[in-house]
Design a protein around this ligand. Structure first.
Ligand code: IVH
Length: 676
């Protein structure tokens, strides 16, 4: 197929804009458009590439979301070995390093050093040719690494193309890492989904880079910081490490420039070490030391390298944030979703300046992995401001009195039996009546994205529970003004306001109620999908497993969760009470969604009345979804002349096939009906 000139130009322009905005956002930290505007541009590009796959280039911004899976990783040799660093563990080691260099150089003159953070991640090399990212590889054994280009392309802070001033060829090295907050979020998500959590951000980074499916890497919050060069072919070469880092940054690469320290001599390096050590706890990521490098490239050259390490640099390792303590007891915590997590109560211990007395044990798989028992001596570790982790048990210290930690069979808060799904790592309490779950459930129910009950915060919920006024979210709707008179700091005006806010929430749409009920795996987005597809709570409750699974984005896990939620008698009683209380959740008794709601459309062949992207937009406006390929989940195939394999597949699968005209008719009947 020949590509119309205009599409080619549109593609080039979209790529230019996306590269430009990515640079503004990631390198300059000065975005000029919102994330949503960026996404819209990217969507436009994806649509264009979907209709003209010939336009896709390896460095198209579309590759950020991950290309197709690879069969395996290719080995790739580094042009220059990727060296490692020698370690210094004390001030004496550092002074000895400085003295050694002076001896080697035969000079007493002070050496200027650049102090950099030693990021705790995975070292990679990026190779740019004529400003374009050509490939990326891991360090491997220093000589040969693994090619991870497709994965590197998904990392937002790795430019796919450099700024025009960049050298013809550039090999640059840096550390890929994960910041602590997104790392914790990732682990929490995995925990909720019953997947194994990562022990620390470095393992998470390594695991994410080693994915054969770049689409998975694309979902991981990875970032990079560059610190060194491989081969370079440039008109002007930097004279020293600091200048080199500044140049890298000006070419669009990410460098942590604001956390560098130039030191005139080794005494000044030692001062900086103290500052880095203090800064460590405030950083949003993990560093495990400070790297000291001779600043001048001329001196670096003179000093040269040993077989695996350069003579001109050294890593000053930070003391590990680990201490020994004892496990006094394990308490069970019940969360909103009923997840019961074990929390370790420790003999208080000071771990590099912070007293630690609690640590999460996460789940029973973790307890089994550590083989931890009450009374055990253990090593705890504090990483950044992360809740401390138990690293290992010192089994040699056991005297036989230690008690094993058994998995609960009953909820510690409400006594109901608990269940643990085959693929889950924690047992769960199921009933909505559980008091421990209740507080978290009410908070979630009242939250902004759910029923949005203004004023119903922690303090009020605590008192509602303490005074035994609510036993489920439905009880909120039978509260009276007098009930609030027993509250601390609550006047009549406030009570009235709160009651009005509760009453007002009766009119929230179904999707908000569905989300607010806190059904496992049903987040805000899925609540919307389900609400569009089923139109009422009753329809959803009565939906067969097949009907649930036919819904786009609903897999077996969600179907299981919905079915077990609606099978619970207590939950049904709460839903009934909500209904009697007048919580209608728009569409609760209404029609079964619309013709388009939740339905999946695929467009193929030549379309004359509208472009494919316009068709997709129309479908989305009506609450449907457009997909690029035909599968069992496709509801309609809109086929124009010249349709090929998609049409054959749709016919085989018995999918409804529409021509342009009948699609527009379907749309027309919908939009007319939608008019008030
Ligand atoms: S320089 C020849 N600088 O530490 C230079 N390395 O043990 C070799 N690292 O493999 C590396 N931050 O993964 C350098 N600012 C930094 C670094 C750094 C982290 C890692 C890197 C390297 C390891 C060396």
């Amino acid at each position: 197929m020949t590509i119309p000139k205009t599409s080619r130009a549109e593609h080039a322009e979209l790529c230019r804009q996306l590269h430009h905005h990515s640079h503004l956002y990631h390198s300059l930290d000065a975005p000029q458009i919102s994330d949503r505007e960026y996404d819209l541009l990217l969507q436009q590009l994806l649509r264009l590439e979907q209709s003209h796959p010939e336009l896709i280039t390896p460095n198209s911004p579309s590759q950020r979301i991950g290309s197709s899976p690879l069969p395996g990783f290719r080995q790739i040799a580094h042009n220059r070995p990727m060296l490692s660093l020698e370690n210094a563990f004390s001030a004496d080691d550092l002074r000895e390093f400085d003295a050694r260099l002076k001896r080697f150089l035969g000079s007493e003159e002070s050496i200027e050093y650049l102090c950099e953070m030693k990021l705790d991640g995975v070292a990679i090399e990026l190779v740019y040719q004529e400003g374009q990212l050509q490939h990326a590889s891991t360090r491997g054994d220093g000589l040969v690494g693994e090619e991870i280009t497709a994965n590197a392309r998904t990392i937002g802070t790795i430019p796919l193309q450099l700024q025009p001033e960049a050298p013809r060829r550039l090999e640059v090295r840096g550390e890929v890492y994960m910041e602590l907050a997104p790392f914790r979020k990732l682990n929490e998500q995995r925990r909720n989904e019953g997947e194994k959590t990562f022990a620390n951000p470095r393992n998470a980074t390594a695991g994410s880079l080693r994915q054969l499916d770049p689409r998975i890497t694309a979902t991981r919050p990875l970032t990079i910081s560059c610190y060194g060069l491989g081969e370079i072919d440039a008109d002007r070469m930097p004279d020293n490490q600091l200048e080199m880092l500044q140049m890298l940054s000006s070419w669009g690469l990410k460098v942590n420039l604001d956390r560098l320290a130039l030191a005139a001599d080794i005494d000044s390096v030692l001062e900086h070490y103290q500052q880095f050590l203090t800064a460590r706890d405030r950083l949003p990521f993990e560093i495990d030391g400070m790297v000291v490098k001779v600043n001048s490239f001329a001196l670096q050259q003179e000093l040269g390298e040993k077989s695996r390490t350069p003579r001109w640099a050294i890593a000053c390792k930070f003391p590990p944030r680990q201490e020994q303590t004892r496990l006094l007891d394990v308490q069970l915590q019940v969360g909103r979703t009923g997840a019961i997590t074990p929390v370790a109560h420790l003999e208080p211990v000071n771990v590099s300046g912070v007293t630690v007395s609690r640590a999460s044990l996460h789940n029973w798989d973790e307890i089994a992995r550590l083989d931890v028992r009450i009374g055990d001596s253990l090593i705890v570790e504090r990483a950044g401001d992360v809740i401390p982790d138990i690293v290992k048990v010192i089994t040699e210290k056991r005297d036989g009195s230690e008690k094993s930690i058994s998995e609960p069979t009953h909820c510690p808060a409400c006594g109901s039996t608990v269940s643990r799904g085959a693929d889950e790592v924690v047992p769960r309490c199921q009933g909505l009546a559980c008091p421990a779950r209740l507080k978290e459930s009410i908070k979630h129910f009242a939250a902004r994205g759910a029923m949005d009950i203004e004023g119903l915060g922690d303090r009020i919920i605590d008192q509602l529970l303490r005074l035994d006024l609510v036993h489920s979210v439905a009880d909120l709707y039978s509260l009276r003004k007098e009930d609030f008179f027993r509250f601390e700091r609550m006047g009549e005006v406030l009570a009235e306001k709160l009651l009005a806010a509760i009453a007002d929430s009766r009119n929230r749409p179904l999707e908000k109620l569905l989300f607010g009920l806190g059904i496992r795996h049903v987040g805000a987005h899925l609540a919307k999908v389900l609400s569009r597809r089923f139109g009422s709570l009753d329809n959803l409750r009565q939906a067969s497993r097949e009907a649930l699974l036919e819904t786009h984005e609903v897999g077996p896990q969600v179907a299981d969760s919905l079915q077990s939620f609606f099978a619970d008698e207590h939950n049904l009683a709460v839903l009934h009470q909500l209904e009697t209380a007048g919580v209608h959740a728009e569409g609760m008794d209404g029609p079964q969604g619309t013709e388009f709601a939740g339905k999946v459309f695929v467009f193929t062949g030549k379309l004359e009345r509208f472009s494919r992207s316009q068709g997709q937009e129309l479908v989305e406006q009506q609450g449907g979804r457009a997909s690029g390929s035909v599968s069992k989940k496709t509801d309609y195939l809109v086929a124009g002349p010249g349709a090929g394999s998609k049409l054959t597949k749709a016919e085989q699968l018995g999918i409804t096939i529409l021509d342009e005209e009948s699609f527009l008719q379907l749309l027309g009947s919908r939009t007319e009906e939608d008019e008030p």
